[in-house]
Structures are given as C-alpha cells and as structure tokens.
Design a protein around this ligand. Structure first.
Ligand code: PGA
Length: 244
C-alpha cells in the first residue's frame, strides 16, 4: 500500500523558511533507501505554493504540494477566497477538507464541508477528508453519533484513488496526546462498518512525532500520516518519513 506523509504547516513559515525546509528535508533524507511507496506531500500556506513548486521542479525533488483550503466554486465574486483552478495553477495536487481547525475556528459547517467534497471530486483532484470526535463527545458516549454525521457524505460518493479519509481526533491535535493504537484500530473497524466496506484504510493525524511514529507504523490499515507540529522541523519530519 502506498503511504502518504503529509506535512500540514498550517499558518506557519515564510517563503524563505519554506524553501530552506524543503532543501534541508532532502539533505536529511536518505533518498536511496526511500521506498517508492512513500509519497511526501507538503501543505504550506497559499502564498508559498508557486515558489515552492518552482523549487521542487527545478531540483527534481520527489515532493508533492497540497492546499490547506479552497472555495467550492469555479471562479467569480468571492472576495478573499481561492479556487481549486487557481491552486492547481501554482502546483497544488492535494486538497485538505474538514480539518477540525476549519470546523471549529472558521465555523465551517458539515453542510459546507460536504459541498466542498462533492465539488473537489467533480473536479477530479485528490482530497484528504479529515474527521474526528471531540474529547467531550468521546467521554459522553457520543463518539459513534459524531463520526456517523461526518461520514454520511461518504455513502453517496464514488471512492476512487482521489479520496483519502484522515482520522484526526480533535483532542489529539496539537496536544501531545496521541490516540492509542487500540483507538485507531477500533476507528478503522467502525469506519469499515459505517461505510459498508467502502473504506478499509485511514490516514491518522494528531500529535504524531519522531518518537511515536514507530508504534503507529505497526498498524497495517494506516495508509498515511497527517503531521502538524512535528512537520515544521525537517529533522523530525525526515525521521517520520524514514520510520513510518
Ligand atoms: P499536530 O496536528 O500533529 O500538531 O497534532 C495535526 C493536524 O492538525 O493535522
């Protein structure tokens, strides 16, 4: 199974820092031993995409770029928004949808998120759809209800090579408190049940570090990792790629 190693930089890194990171990441990675089954994807802020894309192409680095967000319309009067077409034109190949920071801080509703999923799939781009429960939901036996609501959309769409599902428990994001192996294995089973076998593998995200990646790599049904804080440090992210 091909594994995705996603670096979600969120609202971090200037252009110079981004360029330096990519050059350093390559010098920290033992490229010869890097399996072809590992795909490295960096999600920088929008402003860095064009320049990082040029750097990657000119140095022939085996790295893909992704966008942390987009607006679900082709073009038009949407002040401050950015379309998939524009993002593709500056090098984005993957698109994040449903990240809990957009759900909770920017107040994106499930309805709007579903619209984004449909729009992106119609436009035939690769998407990583993030879902996960809050601590309150987990502690109050609302986990299944919450996940079911977020996965309702999966029933109606065609699952192709363009669609990845990322389990990101909200309580594990940026907290240093990672989901345990059992929690992840149980979630994979639950998703398989809820989607009637449509989805059998997940990306995991939430406090992944160079120290806990080895344990995560033992979970066979994980098809990738979505890394936040640890992806800002090229040495840590290189270790995650090597060991994951
Ligand atoms: P984290 O973030 O690795 O800092 O927990 C993960 C994410 O938000 O995708």
């Amino acid at each position: 199974m091909r594994k995705l190693f996603c670096a979600n930089w969120k609202m971090n890194k200037t252009l110079e820092e981004g360029r330096e990171f990519i050059n350093n990441l390559y010098s920290n990675l033992n490229i010869n031993s890097l399996s072809e089954k590992k795909e490295i994807i960096i999600f920088p802020n929008f402003c860095l995409l064009a320049s990082l894309s040029k750097l990657i192409n000119s140095k022939k680095y085996n790295i893909k770029l992704g966008a942390q967000n987009f607006f679900p319309a082709f073009a038009g009067a949407f002040t401050g928004e950015v379309s998939i077409e524009i993002l593709k034109s500056v090098g984005a190949e993957y698109f994040l949808i449903g990240h809990s920071e957009r759900r909770n801080i920017i107040a994106e509703s499930q309805e709007f998120i579903d619209k984004k999923i449909r729009f992106a799939l119609q436009n035939k781009v690769k998407i990583i759809y993030c879902f996960g429960e809050s601590l309150e939901e987990r502690e109050n036996n609302q986990l299944e209800k919450s996940i079911k609501k977020q996965l309702e959309i999966v029933k109606e769409i065609n699952i192709s090579n363009n669609f990845y599902l990322a389990y990101e428990p909200v309580w594990a994001i940026g907290t240093g408190r990672r989901a345990k192996k059992n929690d992840i294995v149980e979630m994979i089973k639950l998703v398989e049940d809820m989607t009637k076998g449509k989805i059998t593998s997940l990306i995991y995200g939430g406090s992944i570090s160079d120290e806990n990646i080895e344990e995560l790599s033992q979970i066979d049904a994980l098809c990738g990792y979505l890394v936040g804080s640890a992806s800002l440090d090229e040495r840590k992210f290189a270790t995650i790629i090597m060991k994951g």
